[in-house]
Design a protein around this ligand. Structure first.
Ligand SMILES: [Zn+2]
Length: 196
């Protein structure tokens, strides 16, 4: 976790200098750090012991939630899973080392993307689609690789996390940052996904 913190801090910036507390819980499977941040306890992480013992802890993923929390759940999970793979975290939820684009190519469509993008923190993307987090990651990867990190950061900054509030941001912010609607960016992303 200390290595994950160093990597995330170098990659995203020194946006969190507080202390981090890590709890493992034998009753949990999934890990969390964004929901504690939403509750006002940024820096708290909870990991399911089973995944930790299996070497499948979402280490970098959760660290990104601490360094880069946001009120838009779709962007939060997309960035966390993208950064986890990019910075070499162990195989972990939601893709366990598999290609995000393959998972998204099987399940994503325009309507689903819109519903996912309207999801505020702390609501779960899985209530929209079982593959919600993998779809988010494929989309965020496309956004960053196609349009660059500066624009992504500008978009991200428009949905700061406010504890105990649910607000995924205005749809119009996509036009403001990218000069095109969310729907048209989704169209471009969908056409490059591998289809079966
Ligand atoms: Zn997450």
């Amino acid at each position: 976790m200390q290595r994950a913190r160093v990597k995330v801090r170098e990659w995203w910036g020194a946006t969190f200098e507080g202390s981090i507390s890590i709890e493992t819980n034998i009753e949990r499977v999934l890990s969390m750090a964004l929901i504690p941040a939403w509750r006002g306890e940024r820096g708290q992480m909870i990991f399911g012991a089973k995944r930790v013992n299996a070497g499948e802890a979402a280490t970098v993923h959760e660290m990104i939630h601490v360094y880069a929390p946001t009120a838009n759940r779709f962007l939060a999970e997309g960035l966390a899973a993208y950064g986890h793979d990019l910075l070499g975290g162990p195989p972990a939820y939601p893709n366990f080392g598999k290609s995000f684009d393959d998972i998204a190519g099987r399940t994503a469509n325009q309507e689903l993307a819109i519903a996912l993008e309207r999801t505020p923190t702390p609501n779960a993307l899985e209530t929209v689609s079982k593959e919600g987090e993998a779809i988010a990651c494929s989309f965020v990867k496309f956004l960053i690789e196609r349009h660059g990190m500066d624009k992504f950061r500008a978009l991200y900054a428009l949905t700061p996390l406010a504890p105990m509030q649910r607000d995924p941001g205005e749809p119009a912010r996509w036009q403001q940052i990218y000069g095109q609607s969310f729907e048209s960016i989704v169209d471009a992303w969908l056409t490059m996904l591998p289809r079966r």
